[in-house]
Write a protein that binds this ligand. Sequence first.
Ligand code: ZN
Length: 713
Amino acid sequence: MSASLPASNPFAKPSTLPFETPDFSRIKDSDYLPALLAGMAQQKREVLAIANNPAPPTFDNTLAALEKSGLLLERANLAFSAVNQANTNDTLQATDTKTAPLFAAHNDFIYLNAKLFKRVKYLHDHQAELNLNPEQAKLLDVYYKQFVHAGAELPASKQTELKALNKRISTHQTQFSQKLLAAAKAAALHVTDPAALAGLSNEQIAAAAEAAKARKLSGYVLPLQNTTQQPSLESLTSHATRQQLFEASLNRAEHGDANDTRAVIRELAQLRAKKAALFGNANWADYTLYDQMAKDRATAVGFLDRLAPAVSAKEHKEAEDIRALARSQGANFEVTPADWNFYADQIRKQRYAIDSDQLKQYFAFNRVLTDGVSYAGNQLYGLTFKERKDIPTWSPDMRVFDVFDQDDKQLAIFMVDPWKRDNKNGGAWMSNLVNQSYLRGTKPVIYNVYNLTKPAPGQPALISYDDVTTMFHEFGHGLHGIFASQVYPTLSGTNVARDFVEFPSQFNENWALDPKVLPHYAVHYKTGQTIPQDLVQKILAARTFNQGYEVGEVLEAARLDLDWHSLPATAPLQDVDKFEADALAHSGYDVADVPSRYRSNYFLHIWSNGYSAGYYAYPWTKMLAQDSFAWFQQHGGLTRANGQRFRDMILSRGNTLDYAEMYRAWTGHDPQIQPYLDFYGLGSAGAAPPPTAEPAAPPPPVETPAKKGERGR
Ligand SMILES: [Zn+2]
């Protein structure tokens, strides 16, 4: 074990800044690695002491003790993850490379510890005598199931088999991502005749020439993006080039060479099915969904099946529009999905002409943040925000706010890192620098990261409507963290299932266009005039355009994912293309016009990025979000009372209740699909299947004790 951390390391003790916010003015890049290593060593000692404790197991000396362990590791890792993603450099990346496998091993050290499991199992088997409160019972359940899920209860022979399977699965997952990376790079479209690129802008053509140069090729290269559709397909005027690019995308890792991913896929699907069988599960989806809101394969598949009739009708309808437009322009070829975006973009411009530059004038970043996002937080939940300048951050452009509750008690610290930087990951996200826990006496320190363009000095940052939506989205995650009110960190705040975590964030997006919120922030940056109603109507109208395609391709991918992970262990190795074609043909969607967002051969989410049998979580949480927004609309819209109810029943609950019960308590019914379809203009849901749950009863009390549906780490 490594020596303890020198006192000069800023992580050696909790920060003395408010809420223990890490002091980025003192932390050097070289401080993270020793702190992370010492943190792992310290938690190992703590875990061993718990596992080897001669005293009989109690909740306090086992589970509460585990929840108190690893403070140094968590302190260092939360700060490290923040800077490594938002402000990285070579030192931080080297630290990441070095520690990633150590974290995996550290997790195994805890969850494969037989003595520790014995204590947890003892508590689980004697739960009736322990007199646990609901949150404690939930914590016990979460730990117990996580150990069981890791194989702690399997007989020794099966554990040996499990370890071998885990190793092969992990190797295959790594192989998949490495092969795909190389295959996708090699599959980029290379053209020598510039006429083939007609329709692209001068900047796009210059970028394609640069890409060719970087590969020491003459002419032009269009590299592939990870999805089936490619951005250039919207602009390329040559059907032949579109078709070439599209086929390069579809078949990127199916060239029968060393980077063909199909052999890995067929084995991976079988290895996962075998692992599920070791645990007595019929398939991988059932094995892996145990701690999700959906809980099992049948529920997730049923959700997708119910959407299929309405969505496929819209897919067909949109395809007709596309073909009609192509014919009217004299297309002398058979229109394929490669042509979809070329024509869809023209229809969009005809029908919903929105001048995005005009729109931006109403969305000045500061105003969106304080008079939009924060204002909605005030009107719904009673929050107030006070900016402070005395807390050091990892970038001078960051903003820091104290967040106060309605009684003026401080709930959290909230930070924003707004501007794009070369050393920042793409996209936008939310995370914690300090986790909320009454056991540890810590309150949440939360940050949102965006990638907006930094304005010239003295100029306002004018942002797009998409960016506005993103800010509301990330702040929705922020609220889930700010209102966290748990004793145990494992159950706290956003520490919830994959098919639940995007619910508060997608829900919060809805307030961007609320009639009370929008006029409060969408004010012309020069004239001070409120956004005109006709612009708002255009935003609303454009929202439903092309959604048969955009929603459909996601639902099809979710279905393909679940089908791969429905195979029993006894199934033979599959022919990947045939399996995929059969699965999509039976999906109920219009897959001829709208191909899946990912084909199997490049579906990185499910083969190597931890989303196996979980891709459905994206549309599922959108369903929860829109159904919940419908509840607000039916109950008077944006009011403090409605906001408080949502805060009390969802945002402050972390993972202390069964998700489905929590949801039923909140809306009074199981999640409804129709508001989701309405949001995208997708028509009516198919007939409800025979009820699988109790019909909607009066909402159970908020304190319903949890029984099922726990989540792991
Ligand atoms: Zn999100």
